[in-house]
Design a protein around this ligand. Structure first.
Ligand code: FFO
Ligand code: ATP
Length: 184
């Protein structure tokens, strides 16, 4: 039986909140992730909100290997997100949904790798997000970017229903390691 996205979203947010309340775990950079990083690439990361998994060690590894970082800039649910360049230490401003984001004075950049916050995922690398279509639209705009989902392992569901606009992930990194299909 397929469970609908809104039901799954509520269930997986609750699982994530419980997991995060039980103690601190860290997402560390798997070797297969490090192998993909090249100097000069742009890696879109994010600042976690609430109990979301924290990608900061992945972003730090990218910086060490000569990559540049970008962060999503959010206007509202209806407006597509844009990735803006961000250097460590540069001031962030308050955005919607409790987000901290670069000021609009930062240049827009095209990401080579998109670290994507997940509400949920399944073993086939289908993804469930916040439901605003922000990352769906970003994946459609940057079809060649490497799509890496970041989550806690408890956010796995047996099957996430895929709509026609859903673009599957290419890798998922949790505190337990990296799940991926090594075909690109
Ligand atoms: N840290 C982080 N940054 C991100 C996202 C995200 O999910 N997490 N986004 C992903 O698209 C984009 C922002 N879009 C968002 C769209 C909707 C909601 C939202 O509805 N939030 C809920 C609570 C979320 C929860 O508990 O998981 C809310 O405010 O009620 C959040 C972000 C880009 N930046
Ligand atoms: N390429 C696109 N262009 C315009 N709208 C899109 C596109 N992809 C998705 N959408 C819209 O965005 C919404 C996405 O809803 P969905 O529940 O699939 O989001 P999600 O899986 O939680 O992912 P996201 O993290 O992207 O919000 C839908 O209303 C859909 O019509």
């Amino acid at each position: 039986m397929t469970v609908e996205k809104p039901v799954l979203r509520a269930r997986l947010r609750a699982a994530r909140d419980l997991f995060a309340s039980e103690g601190t775990q860290a997402i560390t950079a798997p070797a297969a992730f490090l192998d993909r990083l090249r100097p000069g690439q742009t890696v879109a990361t994010y600042f976690p909100v609430g109990s979301e998994a924290d990608p900061s060690q992945l972003a730090a590894a990218a910086l060490e290997r000569g990559c540049a970082l970008a962060l999503p800039h959010v206007v509202d649910r209806a407006t597509p997100i844009r990735f803006l360049a961000w250097n460590v230490g540069e001031a962030l401003v308050d955005g919607p949904f409790n987000l901290r984001q670069p000021a609009l004075t930062q240049p827009e950049v095209a990401p080579d790798i998109i670290l994507t916050p997940l509400v949920g995922f399944d073993p086939r690398l289908n993804r469930l997000g916040q439901g605003a279509g922000h990352y769906d639209r970003a994946f459609a705009r940057y079809p060649d970017a490497w799509r890496v989902g970041i989550a806690w392992s408890v956010q796995e569901a047996p099957a996430i229903p895929a709509d026609i606009w859903d673009v599957p992930l290419e890798a998922i990194i949790t505190e337990k390691g990296m799940l991926w299909h090594a075909n690109r």
